[in-house]
Design a binder for this molecule. Structure first.
Ligand code: YH5
Length: 278
């Protein structure tokens, strides 16, 4: 297993789990005071997450929550790219762009994003080709069954882990075919994306099995319904559950943990790391 992952101009040390901080730039995440205030709010959030120990900031302008509406290319570019530019100008940090659109990926490459984080694993029109234009940006390929609007309606698998592994192998091959080397890839089993509550916990328990693919693993569990529905907690009351999943994911071999609550997650992962040294 590699100990460093090249993310454009940065090396990400993946000897121990790294925390990716979530920065939502969807309209529902702001009380709207216009474009400059939005950038200002985003910069303050990024600054806090960096101070708290995040080594990646993940900017997302499309809501992929179950049932969410599609966002236009124009709107997504206008939300995401100014924030990317502002963060890169102000901080020396790896920025990840959570998008499935080729045009947003292209601009992300132009403005020095370090990671393309695609919940659709570069399956949309033009995405493979666009990402192949760069030779150093890292790519997170996430598994999803179905589409956001309907993915939580009775998801079914022959064998959960084998099905997700086959999907990963197929997407890795598609990347290689167009000239994207597998040393640039990160795999993510996609918690909550077309998986029932039981399937999500089965996935969490067996995530170590993806280590045989020899690529870094990312896990996004923070505040998700698999925590809320298990504990009967609403979305702002899921911190303890989220921290529990972060520790389990790290023990299962995940090298990148995508979270809202950076400070608390960094603390629990430091405790895990100190324990694992023995
Ligand atoms: C992910 O897992 N997830 S966006 C619903 C919630 C809370 C959070 C109902 N982008 C992932 O974070 N990218 C998203 O409560 C992601 N992996 C990667 N790589 C959904 C999300 C969320 C949804």
């Amino acid at each position: 297993m590699l100990k460093n992952l090249l993310c454009s101009k940065h090396f990400l040390n993946i000897e121990f789990p790294q925390v990716m901080g979530i920065l939502n730039v969807t309209p529902d995440s702001f009380s709207d005071g216009g474009k400059f205030s939005r950038i200002d709010v985003a910069l303050k959030q990024a600054e806090q997450m960096i101070a708290d120990g995040a080594t990646i900031i993940d900017i997302g302008g499309e809501s992929t929550r179950p049932g969410a509406k599609d966002v236009s290319e124009q709107d997504e570019l206008a939300r995401v790219i100014p924030v990317l530019k502002a963060i890169k100008k102000r901080f020396n940090i790896i920025v990840s762009i959570d998008t499935s659109k080729a045009s947003v990926m292209s601009e992300a490459i132009n403005y020095d994003a370090g990671i393309i984080n695609d919940v659709r694993a570069l399956q949309n029109e033009g995405c493979l080709h666009t990402v192949a234009q760069s030779n150093d940006i890292a790519i997170c390929l996430m598994h999803m069954q179905g589409l956001p609007r309907t993915m939580q309606h009775q998801p079914q698998y022959d064998d959960l882990i084998s099905d997700i592994s086959s999907f990963f192998q197929q997407r890795i091959a598609a990347c290689q075919q167009i000239g994207i080397t597998s040393s640039r890839l990160i795999l993510d089993p996609g918690f909550g994306f077309g998986k029932s509550l039981e399937q999500n916990y089965s996935l969490l328990a067996q995530m170590h099995r993806f280590q045989s693919l020899n690529l870094p693993i990312l896990a996004g569990l923070s505040r998700k319904s698999m925590i809320g529905n298990l504990l009967n907690r609403d979305v702002n009351d899921r911190l303890a559950g989220s921290l529990a999943t972060a520790i389990i994911a790290a023990q299962q071999g995940a090298q990148i943990i995508r979270v809202h609550d950076v400070k608390e997650t960094v603390d629990v992962l430091k405790v895990l790391q100190a324990t694992n040294k023995n």
